[in-house]
Design a binder for this molecule. Sequence first.
Ligand SMILES: Cc1cc2nc3c(=O)[nH]c(=O)nc-3n(C[C@H](O)[C@H](O)[C@H](O)COP(=O)(O)OP(=O)(O)OC[C@H]3O[C@@H](n4cnc5c(N)ncnc54)[C@H](O)[C@@H]3O)c2cc1C
Length: 479
Amino acid sequence: MTSGGATGGDGVRSDAGGDPLVVVGGGITGLAAAWEGMQQGMDVTLREASDRLGGLIRTSGMPLGDGTTMEIDEAADAFLARVPEAVELCEELGLADRFTEPAATRAMVHTAEGLRWFPDNTVLGVPLDPSDVEATGLLDEGGLASVRSEVARDDEPLTGDTSVGALLRERFGSQLVDRVVGPLVGGISAGDVDEMSLRATTPQLAAAASRPGSLSANLGEARGSAAQGPVFHGLLGGTGVLVDTLARELEQRGAELCTSDPVGRLRDEDLEGHRFVVTTGASTAADLLCGVSPGAAEMIATIPTATVVLVTYVFDAADPTVGAAVGSGASGFLVPRGSGLLLTAVSWGSNKWSHWNDGRHVVVRASAGHSKDARVESMSDQEVSAAILSDLATTAGITASPAAVRVSRWVDGFHQYGVGHLDAVERAERTLASETAGRVAIAGAAYRGVGIPACIRQGREAVRSFGGGVRLDGAVTPR
Ligand SMILES: Cc1cc2nc3c(=O)[nH]c(=O)nc-3n(C[C@H](O)[C@H](O)[C@H](O)COP(=O)(O)OP(=O)(O)OC[C@H]3O[C@@H](n4cnc5c(N)ncnc54)[C@H](O)[C@@H]3O)c2cc1C
């Protein structure tokens, strides 16, 4: 790996077979773009501002307090297995034998009366059968009545976009949103369901709502034809294995990967003879692009973000309060927004992953921070860790002192997709293609999905678009 500006936007090697590709950003989107560029026979340079590749994906050895260490993910620990992009990329890289499935898949939800099971058989918390919600005790009779009545609804197909919360409050009542859907969907991207775009963040719900009749009935029909098999794959060794393997394979094939090499504001002359895929967060992308595509930069600059802190605790498995907490066998629990706690979600890591379960330690990963709660930004690591420990006592009864603690901060880690987000992104893409004569594309978690598969898809599609999807007049073929 090259470090420190060995290759600039102006100094990229040329390739007689086609324009060289410059990938800006070395997260999973940028690495996937570089990989696709190599598959297309392009001369690829990837430039990463920080001193490491992977961006929001990081797996590192955590000291357990007894002289041993364990490789534990500091952010993503899994990816969707029922969409093809991450699975296929892992297969291309020879990583399929590293796939592992979570041993615990069902979560619980914090309530004032204690932890309750999350309902079975839902699509993002929307029940296919009201009796599954009833069995959890999460909703009172009034809340259940609203959920039950949805099955008989005869709604017109929804056109356009709305917020996840607005649609579901109207159809299922607010209790389901506040106690079930909100903690799950809001937690996935650290957002507020009442502001999140239905189309951009929950395409399954948007597709069901675009058909007439009951949403739960439509979801049930779609479920019948959906792919089977595990919902998530982890990777033995952690998700960082994907980053490390991609980097190694890219270098072996001749790609130039430059770390500690931030790209500055692009100028028209940088674009001559090159193609750029910009995969940084939205505000950086807006700054990089304002000189070559002011129109696109202006649109991209408006995409907001939220900061999240993930604290990993290692406890002694022999502690009775820890044993009682993880003894349910749950994968973890979600915390509804109205609770007033700093904690938003807890993953019982050792229940979930066999590779974090050595029988002696219990790994707990706890999250805080979301679009409506920026308290973590002004708290020190020690303060965040102590506040979450206090919340773990309140919610799960853990009173033990951890043997080890690690605080991972993900500043602006989650882009927020507001209502109309996809239309805005499409406009930005068209403007960018038009203003740069199709030489620059944007991709990544700011635009068309935050999950690892969605990022891989966007990185690869951006490169493929240079070969045909985007014409030089700026017209974009539909994705
Ligand atoms: C706590 C947490 C948990 C998550 N859990 C999951 C999960 O379980 N499953 C899942 O699928 N997804 C998960 N995600 C989401 C997923 O990991 C991210 O959305 C995805 O990794 C983002 O990849 P990216 O390449 O688009 O962006 P990034 O990873 O942000 O990469 C952008 C890169 O651009 C670089 N950069 C910035 N400015 C410049 C510049 N001027 N020049 C060059 N480089 C620059 C940055 O340093 C960075 O490395 C999680 C995210 C977080 C934060």
